[in-house]
Design a protein around this ligand. Structure first.
Ligand code: F6P
Length: 560
């Protein structure tokens, strides 16, 4: 079976639950959260869920019991349980690229566990969500084989990380490689960068890692200025190995090694890619090539060898914990009843905000310096996955798909963008993320906790009775607070998988394919044409008058 998103190919607006939610939304216009809390002492507890070290309080959203039950009805009428089942079982869910999306396989631990699925989940009893094959578009025993192959590749990656961290990997001059520069962009940059920043906490116990993503030459030159040619390893991370930014920066690194007297630049390179032929043409040897499969989307690739720079930084053991945290979340997603299923509920509440309350942006505000990169990482995950205007059948969706995802780290954002969140005329929904402990100064951490909790409360309560109008604000602004014990690899794995599944839930209910990204192609094509024209290799193409004018200005500037 292909095109599982077409299983229920009627637009979501045609379901009874959607119509009921629209009606409910109109009635909910007068809902006052502050009063709901005052009248209902059980609200916070009822609208919260825990899973291992995560605790998610979604009670400060514009919801009632009726809202949730209608949203759960929508999930059922949109066949969410079947869609989850086909995701895990290897169907060709990415219909336009004709492949499955099997990133969850990458976090299956070496020792498999059994799970007992929930009645809602649609999974057969005692099936492992990552091994379930019923109706799969992959043949019989293919999934276990695929798991074995990816685990083998992962072991190669861990062995390389061990050897490099032990000083056993030498460059062309015989000196151990100790500085690493990861060259990649999008999913080949954001994931590993997030992991290194979140888990090394500025005190890398492994290799010294730098990241280069931008085609702006300033980015690679900054990294080269900090590097020693004899001790630097360049990781070229690119699933396609055709991405211009990455290849241009990688070639610059090669030339830099050569210009600095390196006789075998290839010994300072490693590649992670799905394109073995292009890697070989570039000059990187087979034993320095780590494969990723075509069913691993770029924004889902942190679970593959694309994470090698993070493995070099944090080591195999902690990397395994990261994968294990994500796997725990996978099991929860595949097996928990929808009413107790955190990614399902967060996805449904997001649809409620977006489609029925017209809340068009969602802010991710971690009160955790280690998660400073999380908003950027999740922006790619969410906006590249669900920034779509047609459904999986190619028809206009006719409803709003993903809200804009943005954010920043607390408490800095309080002094920058929170004015908008409190008194701006457009509502945003917010996720606060907060660790319950810090390995640094506890007294100072307490102030961080106070700041985070205060924002959620203030946004909900407001200040409607203030005497002066400019001090007044109504409150009633929605937020969810995610608590976790501390930012460790396991928790980070859980958090990232939670957001992946939440994104999937939204796509499934809207009926869109979250695994392709065709929108970015035209920009790449035009950039190629303009670059060829600018280099004089071909006559300048014809552009609109604005673009022509900007190009003329560029050409003039070169003559000065
Ligand atoms: O252009 C978008 C995109 O394809 C992303 O989906 C991807 O993460 C990024 O470019 C980098 O792609 P690659 O890993 O193939 O270089």
């Amino acid at each position: 079976m292909t095109g599982f998103f077409l299983l229920h190919d009627n637009p979501p607006q045609q379901t009874e639950a959607w119509r009921q939610l629209a009606e409910h939304g109109r009635r909910m216009a007068g809902l006052c959260m502050k009063e709901e809390f005052a009248q209902d002492p059980g609200r916070a507890q009822r609208f919260s869920l825990g899973l291992e070290q995560l605790f998610v309080d979604f009670s400060k959203n514009l919801i009632t019991d009726e809202t949730l039950s209608l949203l759960l009805r929508l999930a059922q009428q949109r066949g969410l349980s079947e869609r989850i089942e086909v995701l895990f079982s290897g169907h060709e869910v990415n219909t336009t690229e004709r492949r499955p999306a099997l990133h969850t396989l990458l976090r299956v631990p070496e020792s498999q566990g059994e799970v007992s699925p929930s009645p809602d989940s649609g999974l057969a009893r005692n099936a492992n969500p990552c091994l379930h094959k019923q109706g799969s578009s992959l043949a019989g025993d293919e999934l276990p084989d695929i798991i074995r192959q990816t685990q083998h590749e992962r072991e190669r990656m861990f062995e390389f990380a061990r050897a490099l961290r032990a000083g056993e990997v030498a460059g062309a001059a015989g000196k151990p490689l100790s500085r690493v520069v990861n060259i990649g962009i999008g999913g080949s940059d954001l994931g590993p960068r997030l992991l290194v920043e979140a888990l090394s906490d500025g005190q890398q116990d492994g290799a010294d890692i730098d990241f280069v993503a931008n085609i702006d030459p300033a980015d690679i030159e900054r990294a080269l200025a900090r590097a020693e040619p004899e001790t630097t390893l360049f990781i070229v991370a690119s699933k396609s190995f055709t991405t211009t930014e990455t290849l241009v920066n990688a070639r610059r690194a090669w030339a830099w090694l050569h210009d600095n007297g390196c006789t075998h630049p290839g010994r300072h390179f490693l590649a992670v890619s799905g394109n073995a032929a292009a890697v070989a043409r570039f000059g990187i040897a087979k034993d320095r090539y780590f494969r990723i499969e075509d069913w691993t989307g770029g924004r889902y690739s942190i679970w593959s060898c694309i994470g090698i720079s993070a493995a070099l930084s944090i080591g195999a053991e902690r990397y395994r914990q990261f994968l294990a945290g994500a796997h725990a979340l996978d099991r929860h997603f595949a097996t928990a009843k929808f009413a107790e299923n955190i990614p399902v509920l967060l996805g449904l509440i997001s649809i409620w905000h977006n489609n029925f309350l017209d809340i068009g942006t969602h802010a991710i505000i971690p009160y955790d310096q280690g998660l400073e990169r999380l908003p950027a990482y999740l922006s790619q995950l969410v906006m590249e996955s669900n920034g779509k205007s047609v459904n999986a059948a190619g028809d206009k969706v006719g409803i709003r798909t993903t809200p804009v995802l943005w954010g920043g780290v607390g408490s800095q954002v309080q002094h920058a963008v929170f004015q908008y969140l409190y008194q701006g005329t457009r509502l945003a929904s917010i996720d606060f993320l907060l660790p319950l402990s810090s390995r640094h100064n506890q007294a100072q951490h307490q102030l961080l906790v106070a700041n985070c909790l205060a924002q959620g409360e203030a946004l909900m309560r407001g200040n409607p009775d203030a005497a002066e109008p400019h001090r007044r604000f109504d409150g009633n602004r929605p937020s969810t607070t995610i608590l976790y014990q501390r930012l460790d690899p396991y928790t980070l794995g859980m958090l990232l998988a939670l957001y992946e599944h939440k994104t999937f839930v939204e796509a499934a209910l809207w009926g869109i394919n979250p695994f392709d990204q065709w929108g970015v192609e035209l920009g790449k094509t035009l950039a190629g044409q303009i670059a060829t024209g600018l280099s004089g290799a071909a006559p300048a193409g014809s552009h609109d008058s604005s673009t022509e004018q900007l190009l003329d200005r560029y050409s003039l500037a070169q003559m000065k």
